[in-house]
Design a protein around this ligand. Structure first.
Ligand code: HEM
Length: 412
């Protein structure tokens, strides 16, 4: 451990991050993992960076609670953002969590997801046709973000012409989950919840009158509830639809964006994938590990827990750093290198345990189809300008990435 690394670890404060950290957080994560794997932050919370410790916390749902009612109160007060986040299944413990998760999982079965592949391929190919006509394009706006918004829109059967505001609502609501938010971000987040609720009330009313196919349409499924009579309250229904639309959106955009940028930075891995397109599955897993789109998770201890000899009292807020755990050399040999053939690759990009991402099979499919088809069509795609980062610590990705297709274009 060098002096620099020790200083990095000692001075780390999630509420006071430097511009360099946003560009490349990994030297800091490494310093923490090696020097202070259970780091006490100035606000009294603990920041965990080792793979094994994250697995312990994720698997022990009894001691590490996901319920955020207490933690979010000082941050959001009695606001719509508070109501939204504390009603979402991800921020709840059983029995609410179990009930809502069961309903959602039914519509994300392997069969339901396999049925989505044809539409997904057609959507991606249409977008690639547009890129071919343009020659230069924004990897995020023109491609990566356009895919999940359609897929998740289809999942809830939101009419195409009504999908436009979804991305901005989602960015505003998830943006408010950053460790520190200013007044403007708070106001934007609240307004997005209000507008989203107003929109969904109308959509739910229409769907109640004319239900869809519950095997494919999550909204109909949530409205109808379980055959044994379990139903969501009106508030639970609306907030969990918002959550689902958000959960499947920015994260998957960032998987596609981060994946293609990382490939462009590793020409030998890119050539390897072009020569061996059958490696796309392990390549997507490596992209998820190497540049995890969701870098942080949170839990609260509800009883005293001992971790590496340290007693954490009940009521301790914990941040689980997925980005650091996914580069832990104790779990991943040569962890800092990007290897599209890496196996095994038991990364935590989708977490693990009871809250493990409900949409991971869908995200993997979207990532594989989008990345493999872009690479097959434009093997020479290249960045041609400075990418703009999203500037967030929790959700790692880009707002825009100027690119060219690299195709020789016929002169008219
Ligand atoms: C690359 C894309 C994605 C990543 C990296 C990702 C990551 C995660 C992570 C880390 C969690 C666990 C949060 C926690 O407990 O602290 C989670 C939960 C969840 N994700 Fe994803 N996700 C992705 C895509 C999706 C998609 C496409 C959907 C929906 C179609 C989705 C739906 C959900 C749901 C419903 C939960 C809550 C599960 C629960 O609490 O039981 N996610 N996701």
């Amino acid at each position: 451990m060098t002096r620099d690394a020790r200083t990095l670890a000692e001075s780390f404060d999630l509420e006071r991050l430097t511009p360099e950290f946003y560009v490349n957080p990994y030297p800091t994560y490494r310093a923490l993992r090696e020097n202070e794997p259970i780091k006490r932050l100035p606000n009294g919370a603990y920041f965990l960076t080792r793979y094994d410790d994250l697995v312990t916390a994720y698997k022990n749902t009894k001691a590490f609670s996901s319920d955020k009612k207490r933690e979010f109160l000082p941050k959001y007060g009695a606001s719509l953002l508070y109501e939204h986040h504390t009603t979402s299944l991800v921020f709840n413990d059983p029995p609410i969590h179990t009930r809502v998760r069961r309903l959602i999982m039914g519509a994300l079965s392997p069969r339901a997801i396999a049925e989505m592949e044809g539409d997904l391929v057609r959507l991606v190919d249409r977008l690639l046709d547009c890129l071919a006509t343009k020659g230069s394009f924004d990897l995020i706006g023109d491609f990566a973000a356009a895919i999940p918004i359609e897929v998740i829109g289809n999942l809830l059967d939101v009419p195409h012409e009504e999908r436009e505001p979804l991305r901005d609502w989602s960015l505003a609501i998830l943006g408010a989950l950053e460790p520190v938010i200013g007044e403007a971000a708070f106001a934007r987040g609240n307004k997005a919840v209000r507008d989203f609720l107003a929109y969904l009330e109308v959509l739910v009313e229409r769907r109640r009158k004319k239900p869809g196919n519950p095997d494919r349409d999550v909204l109909t499924r949530l409205i109808l509830g379980e055959p044994d009579g379990e139903k969501l309250t009106a508030k639970e229904l609306l907030h969990n639809c918002i959550f689902l639309l958000n959960a499947g959106h920015e994260t998957t955009t960032n998987l596609i964006g981060n994946g293609l940028v990382t490939l462009s930075e590793h020409p030998e891995q890119r050539s390897r994938l072009i020569a061996h397109p059958e490696m796309i599955k392990t390549a997507v897993e490596e992209m998820l590990r190497y540049e995890s789109s969701n870098q942080l998770g949170n839990r609260m201890t509800v009883e005293e827990v001992e971790l590496r000899g340290l007693a954490l009292p009940a009521g301790t807020p914990i941040t689980l750093c997925i980005g650091a755990a996914n580069r832990d050399p104790a779990q991943f040999p040569d962890a800092e290198s990007f290897d599209i053939g890496r196996t095994p690759n038991r990364h935590l990009a989708f977490a693990t345990g009871a809250h493990q991402c409900a949409g991971m099979a869908l995200a993997r499919l979207e990532g594989a189809v989008a990345i493999s088809r872009l690479l097959a069509r434009f093997p020479n795609y290249a960045l041609n300008g400075e990418p703009i980062r999203g500037g967030r610590v929790r959700f790692r990705g880009f707002l825009s990435v100027p690119c060219v297709t690299g195709e020789m274009r016929r002169m008219g």
